[in-house]
Ligand binder design. Structure first.
Ligand code: FAD
Ligand code: EPU
Length: 345
């Protein structure tokens, strides 16, 4: 087959023109396991992909890309909650829509997050005041070497800000094949973030929150179908309270989010914006005009353009604030994942 037939362009929302040696669309755990074992047999790397919305390919991938398309949603009811068992290949936003159409509220704040449900636990997706960990009951993982399946409770997953056990102990050799969600029947709206605070807790409906989140997101974030991007390129940095106070002495309007452990989370987009980098361009890559935390494929960008832009952004923010940003996006080289900070440092 020609490399055209193995294009990864439809499988990365940066819309980069990269390819893999082979692409397997897996609709069952058995197919996923078989594809992984075949790549092991050939001594070639394998890469699991959902919708490629949190991936930056640095080069063509020298192995098999295994695309998870395990489908299915089942709903069970207990006295207090709805329990959803969702195939890892279900699209997350469509799941959110499905729950609202079926009067199962609780996911509305996380509307319009691209990607698959099975990818959601990996970085503990979150938006507008709610994270996956708030609704996750369990995650089913496939041990790729022997096809065994085991279930991790939400507690086992060690969810943190953009973090979980799937970036550590269960990063290699495992695939997420299903996610269990628990949606409390006693719905309580989360309307603390941004424009949501304009809504009234007495009268607000899940649909209104969904609509408001969709409107806010559409005004700030580029649609990957039109402009390649992977959402926030960097994580919001979490720094010591003393350092945050020192920066705030010079920048009193700086957004600060105190954390339970005494550290302080800053808004990376604000830091980049203060460096006057909105619209800044390297080759075909640019800092998004409406949200400085998003790097875009403005005009046929190459991976190198995006890496060079990310390097420049990190340097400028580091030199101005002594805060050194770390990518949220996962960097994939020819043989597999690479250390993203190392690549852009
Ligand atoms: P991919 O990019 O395909 O994969 C991500 C990583 O997971 C890769 O390392 C991959 O190898 C691994 N992986 C994929 N599938 C599996 C599997 N089944 N088992 C094990 N490992 C696997 N994120 C947020 O948290 N909040 C937001 O508000 C948000 N907004 C975004 C807005 C835009 C416009 C975009 C483009 C992205 C945004 N993101 C956001 C990031 C992205 O949506 C999430 O990280 C999402 O969960 C990625 O899903 P995916 O299926 O595309 O994963
Ligand atoms: N800001 C600026 N200039 C900018 C961008 C932001 O001044 O160019 C300021 C905003 O005014 C606001 C603050 O920075 O005071 C935070 O901005 P925003 O509300 O847009 O959120 P964010 O911190 O940039 C995070 C997540 C998003 C998530 C939103 C909403 C991370 C890395 N990003 O963005 O997640 O959708 O909050 O909850 O945590 C993603 O992970 O890909 C992603 C898009």
């Amino acid at each position: 087959m020609s490399s055209q037939q193995h294009s990864l362009q439809p499988f990365n929302t940066f819309n980069l023109d990269v390819s893999a040696q082979n692409i397997v669309i897996a609709t069952t755990a058995e197919a996923l396991s078989a594809a992984w074992q075949e790549s092991q047999r050939q001594q070639r790397p394998a890469l699991l992909i959902g919708e490629g919305s949190n991936i930056l390919f640095l080069k063509d991938f020298n192995g098999t890309a295994i695309v998870n398309r395990i489908k299915g949603i089942t709903v069970k009811e207990s006295a207090e909650a709805w329990h959803l068992h969702v195939g890892a290949g279900e699209n997350w936003h469509q799941l959110v829509q499905y729950t609202l159409e079926n009067a199962l509220p609780g996911l509305e704040n996380m509307a319009m997050i691209p990607g698959c449900t099975g990818s959601a636990p990996i970085q503990n997706i979150g938006a507008y005041g709610v994270e996956l960990k708030n609704v996750c009951e369990y995650v089913d993982i496939l041990h790729l070497s022997d096809g065994q399946v085991s279930r991790l409770s939400a507690q086992d997953c060690q969810f943190g800000y953009r973090d979980s056990i799937f970036k550590h102990q269960y990063q290699c050799g495992y695939a997420i094949i299903a996610v269990g969600l628990i949606l409390q029947k006693q719905w309580s709206p989360v309307i603390t973030y941004g424009d949501l605070s304009r809504l009234s807790s007495a009268t607000v409906t899940p649909q209104q929150i969904f609509d408001s989140v969709c409107a806010m997101r559409s005004s700030k974030l580029p649609n990957p179908a039109e402009t390649g991007n992977a959402g926030s390129f960097f994580k919001n940095p979490v720094i010591a309270a003393e350092q945050a106070a020192a920066i705030a002495a010079d920048w009193p309007d700086m957004p600060r989010y105190p954390q339970a452990d005494g550290s302080v989370k800053l808004a990376a987009g604000w830091l980049i914006d203060r460096c006057d980098l909105k619209g800044y361009t390297v080759g075909g890559a640019a800092v998004h005009q409406h949200q400085a935390l998003v790097l875009i494929n403005k005009d046929r960008a190459t991976s190198d353009d995006i890496v060079a832009l990310a390097h420049e952004v990190r340097q400028r923010v580091g030199q101005k604030f002594n805060v050194w940003l770390e990518p949220e996006v996962r960097f994939i080289g020819a043989e597999g994942e690479q250390d993203a900070v190392g690549v852009i440092a």
